[in-house]
Design a protein around this ligand. Structure first.
Ligand code: ZN
Ligand code: ZN
Length: 455
């Protein structure tokens, strides 16, 4: 048997490869839908996505892609190196579920349920990876593609994550901030992911300009216990302090500018101990969201003032712990333009919608503050986002379309000597370097103690 050396593959243009990559995704259609369904039926909350991460790492293994796992506890990262040097584009998928106890496919033990469609994100990210391997695109890329399964996008179970932080297992409570801190984005220059949507007005593929950022507050009102009937005058009612604080927060709302899309939505997580004791320990949580860092900072000052006002009125104490949440999302318009052209070619221009500004938050916003990045939406989900009826109804729309649109966009960025990627990088002005970002996040973390009795 004689061996003949294969001739090195010549780089091909993006347009030539797009058909091959889309066909490769179609050939994997059933397999990708099955992966999304498997994850849907086995939901795991953030930083606990061990089973889901295993699915991802086994898939990378089958594709022959070098990868590392256990990043920020459960993250997995694979890399496909191109034929020549150049920038790295990351395609991300989020591993975690939500907790919606009455969802028909909620985990009976944990309440975890995929009510935000992240199961489809993992399938589409794996679809892009598989298609690039199947279609043999690597020699045509001037740069690399990183495939990153990211833990914990949903900002939930704050106490649990704070405990992980106290044990030194985390610093930040969201997956992408933690991966940024760990250096997993140091070798990434541009990034993208696609979220599913059940909103008909988002079209089959939709792209927003931006979305709100948020900070997170844990609040503890401290009063003094006493007999509720016999001697309430000996007590200090922490529940009254909290309800006054809620009213004081509401009184700020007329000062929020419409354009800042501020959202403050506190909940009381503990209202007292037992009914015949004056509440001495009342807990609240809230997010403070806004369109810009400045808007969030302004609203946060007002919320702190309102919380102190409640404590002051009853002569109690309040401890306000503020944690970094997510930065506002700023989609990169140049990557967006490439993505939209590909989306139009796939689903027709009439099915691609501009979305404007959204008032939810995602830690993809943090990524957009340190590099050009994109977070569009794809249809195919139905039900209420974060509700008990949310599910992926049409895998073709929710998995295959976004996988193809992202794959085509990566080809646009990295084929042809990565001219598009280099142009975007030359023109982009990220707000923060990584170090500036980390310093900013760390400055946000603070605890205020206010004693209303000492005024
Ligand atoms: Zn969500
Ligand atoms: Zn989500």
């Amino acid at each position: 048997m004689t061996a003949t050396a294969a001739a090195p593959a010549l780089p091909r243009a993006a347009a030539d490869l797009k058909t091959a990559v889309c066909a490769a995704i179609d050939r994997r259609a059933e397999e990708l839908a099955a992966i999304a369904e498997d994850i849907y039926l086995h939901p795991e909350l953030g930083f606990k996505e061990f089973r889901t991460a295993k699915i991802v790492s086994q898939y990378f293994e089958c594709l022959g892609l070098p990868h590392r796992d256990g990043l920020a506890i459960t993250g997995v990262k694979a890399k496909l190196s191109g034929g020549s040097d150049g920038p790295t584009v990351a395609v991300l998928g989020e591993l975690d579920s939500l907790a919606v106890g009455d969802h028909p496919h909620a985990d009976p033990a944990t309440g975890a349920a995929h009510a935000c469609g992240h199961n489809a994100q993992i399938a589409m990210m794996l679809g892009v990876a598989a298609a690039f391997v199947d279609a043999g695109v690597a020699p045509s890329l001037a740069g690399s593609v990183a495939f990153i399964a990211v833990p914990a996008e949903e900002y939930v179970e704050i106490e649990y994550r704070n405990n992980l932080a106290r044990q030194g297992k985390l610093e930040f409570l969201g997956g992408k901030p933690e991966l940024i801190k760990l250096g997993e984005f140091d070798d990434v220059h541009l990034a993208m992911m696609t979220h599913t949507s059940s909103n008909k007005e988002d079209g089959l593929i939709g792209l927003s300009e931006s979305s709100n950022g948020c900070i997170v507050k844990l609040i503890r009102f401290q009063g003094k216990a006493a007999h509720s009937g016999g001697a309430p005058h000996r007590g200090v009612n922490a529940l009254n302090a909290a309800t006054l604080a809620l009213q004081a927060i509401h009184a700020q709302r007329e000062t929020f500018k419409d354009a800042d899309t501020v959202r403050v939505h506190p909940i009381i997580t503990k209202g007292g101990e037992i009914v015949n004791v004056v509440p001495a320990d009342v807990r609240m949580e809230t997010f403070v969201r806004g369109k810009s860092i400045e808007a969030i900072t302004d609203a946060n000052v007002k919320v702190d003032r309102a919380l102190k006002a409640g404590a002051l009125a009853v002569g109690g104490k309040v401890v306000i712990e503020t944690l970094p949440g997510y930065l506002p999302l700023r989609n990169d318009p140049a990557i967006g333009a490439l993505f939209i052209e590909n989306a139009k070619a796939l689903v027709g221009a009439e099915n691609v919608k501009p979305i404007g500004h959204r008032t939810g938050s995602t830690d993809m916003g943090d990524v957009t503050h340190i590099m050009p990045a994109l977070h569009p939406y794809a249809g195919g989900a139905e039900g209420t986002g974060h509700g008990n009826d949310y599910r992926i109804a049409d895998p073709r729309l929710a998995i295959l379309n976004p996988a193809k649109a992202m794959a085509m966009t990566v080809l646009d960025l990295l084929c042809g000597g990565a001219a598009h990627a280099q142009r975007i990088l030359a023109e982009s002005k990220p707000r923060f370097t990584k170090d500036e970002y980390l310093a900013f996040q760390r400055r946000l973390t603070q605890t205020i103690q206010f004693d209303g009795a000492s005024i």
